[in-house]
Write a protein of this length. Structure first.
Length: 155
């Protein structure tokens, strides 16, 4: 008696899956990932900075109150911390979105994230981790081709 072996499904073969996933994801480059990371993290910090000002860059009373009562960053007077954080939340995200001095800007925001994590909201580590991962990517890999860094050849 002859038995007929079941036909092999080529789509189930690992090399076939590799081909399919490569075709679906091949357009996702470092340049695109870096641009998305720069915009997403930049928006988070910039929008936070905008809540701390009136007008263009006048630190508001709410920001002073936050740094006096809730944030309590060690080693810095609350007034100085409010100014430094507010200006940093405006400058570094703008540089990130432009892709200018990207590694430095990402490193500065990573430092700010660490301060927030360890001294302000230690239980919010999932949120801070979601900020830290794209920032680490940018520190490690740079801004990508769609950036001022690349155009100015300072990457």
């Amino acid at each position: 008696m002859t038995t007929i072996a079941p036909a092999k499904n080529p789509a189930m073969h690992p090399s076939a899956w590799r081909t399919i996933t490569t075709r679906l994801t091949g357009w996702i480059s470092h340049d695109l990932i870096a641009l998305a990371a720069r915009i997403s993290v930049g928006a988070i910090f910039f929008m936070s900075g905008r809540t701390k000002v009136d007008g263009l860059l006048t630190v508001n009373d709410t920001a002073y109150a936050l740094f006096q009562e809730e944030y309590k960053v060690p080693l810095l007077p609350p007034e100085l911390a409010a100014h430094l954080a507010t200006y940093a939340e405006h400058l570094f995200p703008l540089l990130l979105v432009l892709g200018l001095f990207t590694r430095l800007s990402a490193f500065a925001l990573l430092g700010m994230t660490a301060v927030i994590q360890f001294f302000v909201y230690p239980d919010a580590w999932p949120t801070h981790l979601s900020w830290a991962v794209p920032l680490l990517y940018l520190v490690g890999r740079g801004a990508g081709g769609l950036s001022a860094d690349r155009a100015l050849r300072i990457e």
